[in-house]
Structures are given as C-alpha cells and as structure tokens.
Design a protein around this ligand. Structure first.
Ligand SMILES: [Fe+2]
Ligand SMILES: [Fe+2]
Length: 189
C-alpha cells in the first residue's frame, strides 16, 4: 500500500507546524521505505509512524523545539491527531492504537527515558529521526537552531548520547549514518 492518502491528510498540519517539518518527514519517509526493504520491520506501522510522528507541532505554538514542555506536548497532541487521521482512513484499529502509542512516546529519549526503544520498530524509527540531522538540509536547520558552527554540529552528531543509550538498531540505519557523516566531513566549507 502507498501512504499518499495519509500524507495528504497530514501535510496541512505540518505546514502549520515547525518550518522544516515537511522536508523532515519527506526525507524520513523515503529513508523509511529503504529501511523496510532491507530489514524485518512492519511497514504498515513504521511508515504511518514516520508520517505522523511530529504532527503535534501543529498545535503547540511556536518556540524552541528543544524545550521539554513543547516536546511532551507535541507527543501527546500528536497521538490524538494520529488516531483521528488513521480512523478517517479506516485503518485497522489495532494498528491505530499501536501507531498512536508510538507517536506518544517517540521522543522519550528527550525525557531521558530509553526503555521504549527496546521495541525494535521504535528503535529503527528513532535512528531515522536522528539521521535527519546529518542530511544536508537537516544539518543546516538544526545547526542554525542550536547556533553551532559546522564543526561543532559534526561533533554533536558524532558524540551524542544516542550512540550509547540507543545505538543504531539496524545495519541499514548504521550504514546510512556512516555515509551521511562521511559526506558531511568531506564537504568543504
Ligand atoms: Fe518529535
Ligand atoms: Fe522528527
């Protein structure tokens, strides 16, 4: 199945949310399809999760996306919107529940709560969410938000506690990380 219908429903929310989230989700969706080709991951959960995960930012107001209260809010609100949109498409109810749950906890790392990533689907998801920051576009978006130099941003990506607390969960996402980092490092300023 393609997820065009779901993305069509979700996109207007993202256009009201953070400025670069349409590009963020579109990159993750493409990468997610690639991951599902090589890994044993249920794409009927994984791809809707990607499409819906940050949808809650449509309703939490503007501000620093690294602020903890906004973070919590976008997960809570996002889980409800996710449910609503999936139900609109008559998605199987057990899957709706599961996806809404995932949306509701997807950024738990920001609360220093890593146990949810024992679920291999959520682990691969958070790999991609992190990897966006190493893509040419995501790198610049986050670097500017954090006011980091290029060099500091590369160090941040290489040393983030993700590598210890929720290491890359699949060969595919691990390879993506190495490829993206290599091209960041070889790029001349
Ligand atoms: Fe998020
Ligand atoms: Fe995200």
């Amino acid at each position: 199945m393609t997820y065009d219908k779901l993305w069509k429903l979700a996109k207007p929310y993202y256009m009201r949310g953070r400025p670069n989230d349409v590009a963020h989700v579109e990159w993750m969706l493409e990468a997610g399809i690639e991951v599902c080709k090589h890994e044993k991951i249920d794409d009927t959960l994984f791809l809707p999760l990607i499409i819906l995960h940050d949808i809650g930012y449509a309703e939490v107001g503007k501000g620093n996306s690294f602020a903890l209260d906004r973070r919590k809010e976008h997960m809570k609100i996002g889980a409800n919107i996710a449910k609503e949109l999936l139900e609109k498409l008559s998605y199987p109810s057990a899957k709706v529940e599961k996806i809404a749950y995932y949306v509701g906890v997807h950024d738990n790392w920001a609360l220093d709560e890593y146990s949810v990533y024992k679920d291999s689907l959520l682990a691969a998801f958070t790999d991609l969410d992190f990897l966006w920051m190493a893509t040419p576009k995501g790198f610049e978006v986050v670097r500017k938000e954090l006011r980091y130099t290029r060099e500091r941003m590369i160090t941040f990506l290489a040393k983030d506690k993700k590598h210890i607390k929720a290491p890359f969960a699949t060969e595919t996402t691990k390879n993506m990380y190495h490829d993206l980092m290599n091209s960041l490092r070889t790029q001349t300023d």
